[in-house]
Design a protein around this ligand. Structure first.
Ligand code: ATP
Length: 203
């Protein structure tokens, strides 16, 4: 089940093309990095791959077929600011349930404490909240995870703990990861392949 973006082109309204005829692919279980300067279009590409935006040209396919518009999307996106990705009026157990019945083993892998489940989002630290967002993204239907600056705001220890948990979960389920970041060192450590942004050619 390979995730492939084929001949993708995108721009906002009449703005400049952020990328044209761009090809990108990630294999199951592969950890791929994507780095590039601020504003080049990495997050826009991430949104397209996860089904939040449509490309002007090109297609996103899973194993050679378009991704169905219904049901849980097999490509999940985790963003930099977890507080923007949760409903502040829901307790954490309800937020988590959006991704399906949470797997107790996954909660343990991510160090999520039982007591946190009954809290509101503003009663957790950024790192604790991000763990919830990642577990929510790793529902049973998820085949690919796009981590868009997922740990950029966190301290080095929390960043390492979270990535360790993500890599363990990905290995166990053969999930492919696209890690989008401006942190070259982080990508070099995590990924088997790092693509440098060039909006006009193939990765
Ligand atoms: N909704 C929007 N409407 C118009 N322009 C947008 C919109 N969202 C982003 N842009 C512009 O598109 C360009 C690419 O943005 P994008 O967020 O994809 O870049 P990025 O590479 O992820 O940047 P960063 O590393 O700073 O997060 C930027 O110039 C940005 O200002």
């Amino acid at each position: 089940m390979r995730l492939e973006g084929k001949k993708l082109s995108f721009r906002y309204d009449s703005g400049p093309w952020l990328f044209q005829n761009l090809d990108i692919s990630v294999h199951p279980g592969e950890i791929v990095g994507l780095e590039g300067p601020s504003g080049c279009g990495k997050s826009s590409l991430a949104r397209i791959l996860a089904g939040y935006a449509r490309p002007h040209t090109g297609t996103v396919e899973l194993d050679g077929k378009p991704i169905p518009g219904r049901g849980s999307h097999p490509v999940q996106l985790v963003l930099q600011h977890p507080e923007k990705a949760v409903n502040p009026r829901w307790r954490m157990n309800r937020i988590l349930a959006e991704g399906g019945e949470p797997d107790p083993a996954l909660l343990q892998t991510f160090g999520i404490e039982k007591e946190w489940l009954n809290r509101w989002p503003n009663e957790l630290s950024g790192g604790e909240l991000q763990r919830f967002c990642i577990v929510r993204a790793l529902g049973p239907q998820t085949r690919f995870l796009i981590a868009d600056e997922m740990t950029t705001m966190l301290d080095a220890i929390t960043q390492a703990q979270i990535w360790r948990a993500v890599l363990d979960a990905a290995r166990e389920r053969n999930i492919g990861i696209l890690a989008v970041s401006h942190e070259r060192q982080l990508l070099r450590r995590l990924c088997s392949r790092v693509m440098e942004w060039n909006g006009y050619s193939s990765f």
